[in-house]
Structures are given as structure tokens and as C-alpha cells.
Design a protein. Sequence first.
Length: 195
Amino acid sequence: MGELKFIFTGTPGAGKTTAITSISDYPPICTDMLTTDELQDIKEGTTVAMDFGEFTLESGEKILLYGTPGQERFRHMWEILVTGGLGLIILVDNSRPNPLSDLTMYLTNFKDFIERAGAVVAITRWETHPDPSIDKFQDVLSDFGVVLPIMEADPRKKEDVLMLLDMLMAVVEMNQPNMNIGDDDNEYHDALLSL
Ligand SMILES: Nc1nc2c(ncn2[C@@H]2O[C@H](COP(=O)(O)OP(=O)(O)OP(=O)(O)O)[C@@H](O)[C@H]2O)c(=O)[nH]1
Ligand SMILES: [Mg+2]
């Protein structure tokens, strides 16, 4: 049976580890260490190498979920982690001082991967911070010259994270029609919705 690898990235605290935990079949393997720097006020632990979780579809196919560290000082891990990946989920924490430039930073750093694979953008902490609006993020994407799905999502909610994966698979299939992920068009869509 095949394995499909997807990667979650985004700023520290955006919810990468939380998103993987929400949908993994077992508690993910994490490399969170106690925060010692400016993150200390925000959260206790931060990912320093990677997160890894997985779930299995009814067909037996495995979905592998990798999370990158958010902090730029661990960016040497980013390239390693996207190797062999099918697509990227960029989480943007809308409560940060400048979420639009956060998005630009991740689009820049993962440019090559996004071009050859695919990505979706998820805006988190939306319920308390609905500004900037989705339109503003769309503008960032068009300035950057890419067309990617973008939606608000709460990484604590399994259905939101599955929706992101579903959209990502649609992007990947569109970009790489010859890859034939799934035997028929709706196989993954149906499988994800039934989880
Ligand atoms: N209220 C709310 N809380 C959220 C949302 N998204 C994430 N969180 C919370 O924010 C925290 C995010 O923590 P992590 O999942 O560890 O963040 P991370 O992206 O893995 O961060 P690093 O490993 O430091 O890069 C958790 O406590 C989540 O419950 C959201 O949309 N709304
Ligand atoms: Mg983390």
C-alpha cells in the first residue's frame, strides 16, 4: 500500500503540532523542548526538529503527517522535511503582529516545493482575530504570483484539518494529473470525509 506525505509549516504557535495531533491515529512523535526565548510567554514547548503522525485510510493507504519547527533558526530542517512530500499546509496565526508578511516569508522559503508540489493556506485564531481578512491574504498570494486555496481553520478541530488535507489533495491532483493518487477521482475525498 502506498504512503502519501504531507507537511505542515507556519510560525511558532500557529498550531502545527496541534493540527497533526487532531488527525493522527496515535499521539504524534514530537520533538517539543521547553521554550527559553521570547516564545516563553506564549507557550511552554516548541518543536525543534519535527513532528510525525499518520493515519490510515480504509484502503490501507497511509497518510504521513510531518510538522516543521516554526522558528526560523531551525530552518535547516525545512528542506529535509519536505523531501518526498506531496504538498504543504501553511498555517498563519492571525493574532501575530504581521500575519501577511508571515505568509510571504513561508511562500518565499518554500517557493520551489510549492511550485513542484502544491500548498494550501490556513488562517488560525480566526475566532478572535478575523483581521486581516481572507481578501488581504489573497492579495499577498497574487502579488507573489501563486494561486492557492486559502481558508480559516482551527487546528484543534479534526474536521477543519481534514478539510485542509482534502483541498490540498485536490491541488496536488490538479498540478500533477499523471500521478493518479487514488484509483478514481473522488476516492480520497470520500475517504477523508468518512473519517
Ligand atoms: N483559540 C485557538 N487556539 C489555537 C488555534 N490554533 C492553535 N491554537 C492553540 O495554539 C497553540 C499552538 O501550539 P502548537 O500546536 O504547539 O504550535 P506549533 O505551530 O506546533 O508551534 P512551534 O512548534 O513552536 O513552531 C495550542 O495551544 C493550540 O491549542 C486557533 O485557531 N484558535
Ligand atoms: Mg510544534
